[in-house]
Design a protein around this ligand. Sequence first.
Ligand code: HEC
Ligand code: HEC
Length: 366
Amino acid sequence: MIAASAFAQSIEFSPEERARILSHGPWPAVHELDSSNRVDGNPIAIELGRKLFSDHRLSASSKRSCASCHDPKRAFQDGLRSTRHQRNTPTLLDVGQQRWFGWDGATDSLWAASLAPLAAKSELAATPAHIAALLRRDRTLNVAYTALFGEATADAANETILVNIAKTLAAFQATLVSPRTPFDEFRDALAQNDSAAIAKYPSAAQRGLKTFVGEGKCFFCHSGPAFTNGEFADVGRPFFTKSGADPGRWGGLQQLFTSPYNRLGQYADGGAQSAVATKHVIQEPRNFGEFKVPSLRGLLGTAPYFHDGSARRIEDVVQHYSTVDESRLHADGEKIVRALRLTPAQARDLTAFLKSLSGASSRKSK
Ligand code: HEC
Ligand code: HEC
């Protein structure tokens, strides 16, 4: 029976575990069009956004573009420990699946999240007048812009042009989807009870998956096809920076409420319907030091990890959850995160599972 030993042994999953595993798919997931952005899904907007994304002329210095930090060759991130506000540059793959943007959720739409770096001094440092002038000057850009929004006449408000440009950048980013992974093959095989296909998924990854949907409780926060519930939590990472403490979600909400570009403001399309989440979100003391639950897809291509890029390898993240200092965690609410005290073998299995959430392209680069 030499052939049989070449296959991984299938691990037993309870009906509950099985249901949880199936809930992490199918992949790719559908992108629901953003009703606050009337050009989301529009091919002309996607193409214009694609061009502008790597256009250095958008920046005040003409030296920087979005792609400088969100490098398309590096899964739309930069591999650096931290950049803006000492935070790690997130990948933009699957960003169309999210509800809040930035590690602190300071913005509630992809277009507002794209507008912020245009203006930020530490990023493109562009004024609305700078962007509007470029648009009026460049014929190709101008033709596409006019087809989408009408003419950018001399008296059209610069501010409106800036917002519209951000909306085309968002339309482009919403098309960035990470590839299918070994986990997805396994998940679909499980759904179809295809035991030959099930057995192709390494048993180490299967055991790690069992921890993920079982006693590790990872799936509570890293849920659904994109492995995030889209919310914010404190998992015990330090939030002190060189310039003080990073308030995380607490500060993000403050910015969200006061921004003229949120979904309740005049620049959002789609009306009240599209602003329900923004209207009802409230700021609570527990938000201090909370960060967004990141997607876990494509991890092999997006090191380092955590909001401040403080974990260099996936192994270091697993080590964190294994030994987390529980006294550092918020006392209020249900404590989900606990030091798992994994054995070295269990830690290896959980790591193997996390690595199986990357598709072929990000595996190659490692
Ligand atoms: C100097 C590096 C840098 C540049 C340039 C830059 N970004 Fe970012 N980007 C970041 C960092 C760092 C974050 C995380 C910020 C935070 O959490 O506060 C981020 C976050 C984002 C997010 C939120 C992603 C998520 O998962 O929540 C989007 C969208 C985004 N950037 C788009 C853009 C666009 C569009 C441009 C060009 C107009 C751009 N960025 C330019 C570094 C950069
Ligand atoms: C209470 C919610 C919660 C639970 C439970 C949880 N996580 Fe997380 N996870 C987060 C948050 C929030 C972050 C970002 C924290 C930060 O950057 O400070 C994160 C970050 C990560 C990262 C880094 C991803 C990146 O791109 O930076 C990985 C990997 C990860 N978690 C895996 C796991 C695993 C494995 C488990 C189970 C052992 C788990 N998580 C349990 C909320 C959770």
